[in-house]
Design a protein around this ligand. Structure first.
Ligand code: FIX
Ligand code: ZN
Length: 407
């Protein structure tokens, strides 16, 4: 294949490959209010709420939170789409979604856009989003302590195979004092003795049975240590990792989030700091028969993480998480990962909270992944390797189609 054709082929193949989106916060219809969709949800995405206060420093945080959602959406539309250009990645995302849906955003008429969403049933809209975004399946974030989740899972579970479960255990690992007693009333305080560890393992087993998750997952702070002898470390070492091994279930660690650096911003108030990659190295070395999925939030951690993954075959690096989900950084990280890990990493997940976001998150990411891979295959062809369409298809399907998660 000639070089120009290689780049075109890569773009075409990436656009045509159905994506396995391995981490989202979207839900199937069975989850009722947990399924978020439509323009008011898009406009009140927490990424945009954080940005609103940059445009309106005079605005009182509580005054904003006291507004009904519609009013919040109107304010964000006015400040960030009408009075200023929606040029940040998260605001451009809204424009991409409207455009792909065929809505004319040019006359900037929010009420007209709202009418479109009011006229389409949720089930039809989900079908449309999956088709437009070309998604094979989306992995949800399932919290066993959530009341809506409990109702779904205790009544036959999720019936829609386009949505897969992930057992999210933040509440156990990061807030055991509060949630221990919800796991079992015999648990008091946050000490992890042999009996408590057994009860936590039973809880995990029961939920694995109910949800049939693709993995267990937790988000962790930058100062996370596996060797500090604390409650979290004990729970991971005595409960989570043994259960992951027993059930052949990956354990996903999302490391580097500083929760609530500005509490007044509520869900939009989390920050980031560099974490210690050696903690990942230690877990990977000590638990060679547990598959670890790892993403880190700080840009500064990315290169080190790639090198640790080169050393441990049980470590799978994935996604450009949250503050890294910006074109300039996705590009940099995708180069770094391809060059150090080849086709043994999952370049992206969407983290979509509002189902419509599957459309923009993937169209923006596909474009960058295609640019990087297009260049890499051209270089490979230039080096004298016969790059064929079938080979590119095989490779892309491997890294975007979910094969690495289930292998
Ligand atoms: O912990 C997580 O899974 C984070 O991705 C979210 O909680 C975060 O709020 C988010 O939406 C990031 O994209
Ligand atoms: Zn997330």
């Amino acid at each position: 294949m000639e070089l120009k054709k290689v780049k075109e082929q890569v773009t075409k193949i990436i656009n045509e490959t159905p994506i396995a989106d391995i981490h989202t916060h979207t839900y199937s219809e069975a989850f009722g209010d947990l399924l978020l969709w439509g323009v008011d949800e898009l406009l009140t995405y927490h990424y945009l709420i954080a940005e609103l206060f940059r445009y309106r420093p005079d605005l009182d945080y509580e005054d904003f939170w006291n507004m009904p959602k519609q009013k919040q959406a109107e304010l964000i539309w006015e400040e960030m789409f009408i009075k200023n250009s929606p040029i940040s990645e998260a605001s451009r995302g809204v424009v991409t979604v409207l455009n792909v849906l065929g809505l004319d955003a040019k006359d900037k008429d929010l009420d007209k856009i709202r009418k479109y969403f009011a006229g389409i049933p949720a089930s039809k809209y989900i079908d449309k989003v999956f088709e437009l975004a070309n998604i094979k399946y989306a992995v949800m974030t399932n919290d066993p302590f959530d009341k809506i989740e409990q109702t779904v899972w205790n009544n036959g579970g999720n019936p829609d195979s386009r949505f897969k479960a992930a057992l999210r255990i933040d509440n156990i690992l990061n807030n055991f004092k509060q949630y221990g007693k919800e796991i079992n009333e015999q648990i008091t305080g946050d000490k992890v003795d042999a009996k408590t560890a057994g009860l936590v393992r039973d809880f995990l087993k029961a939920w694995i049975e109910k949800m049939n998750p693709m993995y267990m997952a937790v988000s962790l702070p930058p100062d996370f240590r596996i060797d500090d002898g604390g409650t979290r470390a004990k729970l991971i070492l005595e409960c989570v990792l043994p259960i992951a091994r027993e059930h052949k279930l990956p354990f996903a660690m999302m490391i580097g989030v500083k929760r609530s650096v500005n509490p007044a911003l509520r869900v939009a108030g989390d920050g980031v700091a560099k974490a210690d990659v050696e903690q990942v190295e230690k877990i990977a070395r000590d638990w060679p028969d547990v598959r670890l999925l790892v993403t880190m939030l700080s840009r500064e951690n990315q290169h080190e993480l790639c090198i640790v993954a080169r050393k441990f075959k049980n470590l799978l690096v994935f996604g450009c998480w949250w503050y890294l989900n910006n074109p300039s950084i996705i590009r940099e990280m995708t180069y770094e990962r391809i060059e150090t890990l080849g086709l043994t990493m999952i370049p992206q997940h969407s983290d979509a909270r509002i189902i419509d976001q599957l459309i923009y998150k993937w169209s923006h990411s596909r474009k960058i992944i295609a640019e990087v891979l297009g260049e890499k295959y051209s270089d490979l062809a230039g080096a004298g390797w016969p790059v064929s369409e079938a080979d590119i298809k095989r490779d892309i399907n491997r890294i975007l189609g979910g094969q690495l998660l289930t292998q």
